[in-house]
Structure formats: C-alpha cells, structure tokens
Design a protein around this ligand. Structure first.
Ligand code: UDP
Ligand code: MG
Length: 314
C-alpha cells in the first residue's frame, strides 16, 4: 500500500566486494515498488571499504542510513541495533550479500497485509554453500527443535519481515548474546512463511567462520533450552551405576585387582565430568554476561537520520 514505510536492515561486515551491487540492486528494486523504503546499513566494525561505499551512496540517496559499530560485535547484535533505528511500519532483515533476494519482499508484504505480523523466509534450496555448512545447519535446526522450549520453524535464517508491533516487543528483550530468530519465535504473534531459493553469495567470502557458527548455535541452545543442564543429572547415572556394578562384581568374585575395569570407569567418569563442567560453563557464561550488564553494543556514529528536504524517495 502506498503510505506504508518499509525499513530494510542490513548487517555489514567486510562486504566491500559486493556492497555496491547490493545497494544498486535494492535501489533499483525500491524504484519499482509503491511502498516507501529506508535502507539501514549496520556496519559491524568492517575494516575494508564497506563504510566508504555506503557513505557515498548515502550522500546521494535520502533513504539510505548508516549505523556504525565501534568494532565487530557480531551479526546478531548488528541486527538488534539496526532494528532500534527503524521507523517503518514493517521491517525486513536481510544479508548484505544478496543471498536473500529482494523479489521475495513483495510476497512478505502481501502476507503482512493479510494480517500476519511476522513473515519469515524459509530456505527451500541453498546455492553456493558448502555441504558442511548445509549439513551442520540442518542438524542444528533439528537438534534445536528437540531441545528448545520454543517451536522455531526449521531452516529459517534471519531473512524475515516483522510488523512494528513485533519490533516493539523484540526490542524489550535485553539478552547479551541474542539469538534473534529464537527471540522472534519467542515473542509470538501471527507468524507465517514464504518459501524462497537462497542464492549464492554475490561476492566475497562468508563472514561466518566455524567459530561464529558454533557461537550462534550455543547461544541459541543456551538461551532457549535448559535440557543440556538436565543431561548432567542423567549422565551422572552412568558412573554411579558402573560403580555399583564394579563393587558388586568385586564382592561376588572376591577379586579386588580390577585395574582394567577401574581404568575404564575412571575414564568414563572423567569424560562425563568434563562434559558436565562444559555444559555448566556455557550457562555460567551467559549468567555472567547478564550480570555484567554491559551495554550490548556501542554505536559510534549515525548518519542520514536527520530530516533532509530533498523529498522522499521511493
Ligand atoms: N555479518 C556481520 N557481522 C559478522 C558476520 C557477518 O554483520 O560478524 C553480516 C554479513 O556481512 C552478512 C550477514 O551478516 O550481511 C550474514 O553473514 P554471511 O553472509 O557471511 O553469513 P552466511 O550467509 O554465509 O551464513
Ligand atoms: Mg550471506
């Protein structure tokens, strides 16, 4: 509809290779739409020319805005920060590498106009991503479904449209290490999906090395499931029962030289103990983070949010 404003939030980390093409594609897309749009780029501490390229575009287009982080705080916090600066009646979050095609946005808007407050993109196919990435992602979503207290849809990333009402609620969550797609499920509202074909990255490399993927997965699980904590209790049965059996065996056979059995039990116990400590550590880390109560990110500068009188662009 004509008077609707749609905000698009794009987290950017070292995307100099493709950011210009992303900007051009989006501006071209916006030209053809009847809704008004604002593009909010969140620079997550890029060390390349990304910021310079965005600033150049910002000077020519009133609807381009930039939020700069003082360092790399991560994809999820870049999204969270971007949401705070949106003014739109609806907000779309998408990658800055054109992996999420803008052509899907009108389908999302259609569902939104039908009354859905959250419309997420469901990836039917993923091009140009390694087998390892697709496999681990698939495993993660299925494991998450088993563990989590929320019913997060399978195979969805952060590409989605959210109504202002949902954004308002989402911004009330103050987790230090947010798992945004989980938070979106958690807040509820009327949710639906549109299916799309996830494109190959336009240029450059993925900015999600294994270490960041692992962090995302752990943040997701520890923020929405207490089950791993309960596993500790279940696992502790193993050494306990083994202990009882070995004691029983020793008494029954009258033989107390069970070095082999002893070592096995010791190893098992040690392994389980370490695992338990690891799980506790993950939660403890989250608790500490929360107790520290640091600001979750620091915005060093914003540009393009002031009233400009060049007229509103489409
Ligand atoms: N990104 C970010 N901070 C980071 C890592 C990534 O803002 O620490 C951005 C990145 O520029 C991209 C989006 O988040 O726009 C998703 O990252 P990427 O495309 O590398 O992930 P993939 O699509 O490979 O899962
Ligand atoms: Mg991407």
């Amino acid at each position: 509809m004509k008077d609707q404003l749609i905000s698009i939030v794009l987290p950017v980390f070292n995307e100099e290779a493709g950011i210009q093409a992303t900007i051009d594609t989006l501006l071209n897309y916006i030209e053809q739409q009847e809704e008004k749009y604002e593009l909010i780029f969140v620079d997550d501490g890029s060390q390349d020319k990304s910021v310079r390229i965005i600033k150049r575009a910002l000077e020519q287009h009133d609807n381009i805005k930039l939020v700069e982080f003082s360092r790399n705080f991560g994809h999820q916090l870049a999204i969270t920060a971007g949401l705070q600066y949106t003014k739109g009646d609806a907000v779309v979050v998408m990658d800055a590498d054109l992996q999420d095609p803008p052509e899907v946005i009108p389908q999302m808007i259609k569902k939104w106009n039908e009354g859905y407050e959250i419309v997420y993109g469901k990836r039917m196919q993923r091009d140009g991503e390694t087998f390892f990435k697709k496999f681990t992602a698939k495993m993660f979503y299925r494991t998450f479904k088993k563990l989590a207290t929320i019913d997060m849809p399978l195979d969805t990333g952060d590409f989605r449209l959210m109504d202002r009402k949902a954004i308002h609620q989402l911004l009330k969550l103050h987790e230090q290490d947010p798992f945004v797609r989980g938070q979106v499920t958690w807040i509820g509202f009327k949710q639906t999906s549109v299916q799309y074909h996830r494109q190959e990255r336009l240029a450059g490399e993925t900015k999600y090395p294994l270490s960041k993927m692992v962090k995302l997965a752990l943040d997701g699980i520890t923020s929405f499931s207490m089950k791993p904590l309960q596993f500790v209790n279940i696992f502790s049965i193993v050494p306990l029962v083994s202990g009882v059996f070995s004691l029983g065996y020793m008494i029954a056979s009258g033989s107390f030289s069970l070095a082999g059995v002893g070592v096995t039990i010791l190893l098992f116990t040690l392994g389980l103990l370490m695992l338990s400590i690891g799980i506790l550590g993950s939660y403890l880390g989250r608790v500490l983070d929360q107790v520290n109560n640091r600001p979750r990110f620091i915005v060093s500068k914003t540009e393009g949010f002031e009233e400009r009188n060049k007229g509103i662009h489409h």
